[in-house]
Design a protein around this ligand. Structure first.
Ligand SMILES: [Zn+2]
Length: 319
């Protein structure tokens, strides 16, 4: 689209996922690698600025008090950029839409209308400026050269637009979890007044199962139509958690980086300053496969999750 010189492109790893599927673990492992730095869910940054800090940076401070994000803001203010700004697909701090019927064409290989092409160009350029500042500042902060930066925004629409631009050497890691296990994670997050209501549990199971199928399908379509096979990797949470070294070695291979043991053994240490910073940093323990759902999720909810994702869950290895 822009015919940008290969050397001017930014090396960007995009974590694509519905969330609650091991994406935080993958981000932590990436961030621990000496040649990789993550900026977290960067498309939330404008919301963090407007609301004066909601979720802490991974350094523990609010984004408003963190010196690093203050330097970032002085270098590039995302609220001063032309529309569409970097939070275009993130309407609220904590959520963006799952279904955007007028955006489905973006995932195909079809040429888009001129106005959409223009918006994609501006959006990608805005993101490029933010990533470029992040890369420059984080290298000073870490006092080392970084080969890749990670965007853990996860959103499929954002991915389609970044992939359609020509500004990034883009590598995409899609992370999926077995639907009933994912549903179990989501039911656990229900607020107390809803957690015991059969109606709310039913509603949440339905909504999240459909979301699982739709978002994963969109991510796959973006990858299929806009990426080379070698620039895309699917990670199943179950494999990642049971064989973390083997799985992360494949990630390193895709990124042409050397595997480092610490990405598995000391994965909580890596992320320095990330938007919607990573709560794992403050927990302890190694990587373990969590299969509590097998005991604790009711047979009804399990069947519902499996039935509602029937349309594509086999694509991701869930039979
Ligand atoms: Zn910070």
């Amino acid at each position: 689209m822009f015919n940008m010189k290969q050397s001017d492109k930014i090396n960007l790893v995009y974590i694509a996922s519905i969330g609650h599927s091991g994406s935080t673990l993958v981000e932590s492992m990436l961030g621990t690698h000496s040649k990789i730095a993550t900026c977290g869910e960067i498309h939330i940054w404008p919301h963090e600025i407007i609301r004066q800090g909601v979720l802490p940076c991974s350094c523990g401070k609010s984004v408003i008090d963190c010196e690093f994000w203050d330097k970032m803001l002085k270098s590039v203010n995302p609220l001063d950029q032309s529309e569409p700004q970097i939070d275009f697909f993130r309407e609220k701090h904590n959520a963006g839409h799952t279904v955007r019927l007028n955006r489905l064409l973006d995932f195909t290989s079809k040429k888009l209308d001129l106005e959409t092409e223009r918006k994609i160009r501006v959006y990608a350029q805005n993101n490029y400026s933010v990533f470029k500042s992040f890369l420059e500042l984080i290298q000073v902060e870490l006092d080392t050269q970084v080969d890749w930066i990670v965007d853990a925004s996860k959103d499929p629409y954002r991915l389609a637009w970044l992939a359609r631009s020509d500004l990034f050497n883009l590598k995409v890691i899609q992370i999926v979890k077995n639907p009933p296990a994912f549903i179990y994670s989501m039911l656990k997050k229900l607020p107390k007044d809803k957690a015991h209501s059969p109606y709310h549990r039913f509603y949440e199971t339905t909504r999240q199962s459909l979301k699982w199928s739709i978002e994963n399908e969109l991510i796959s379509q973006a990858a299929l139509n806009h990426l080379k096979a070698e620039d895309y990797m699917l990670i199943n949470y179950e494999k990642l958690a049971s064989q973390p070294s083997e799985t992360f070695k494949q990630v390193c291979k895709m990124l042409n980086c050397q595997f480092e043991e610490k990405t598995v053994n000391n994965f909580r240490a890596g992320n320095v300053h990330t938007i919607a910073g990573n709560p794992m940093r403050y927990q302890k323990g190694g990587i373990v496969l969590d299969e509590k759902w097998k005991k604790l999720l009711s047979a009804n909810h399990r069947r519902m999750a499996e039935t509602l994702t029937l349309i594509n869950r086999h694509t991701y290895g869930y039979r």
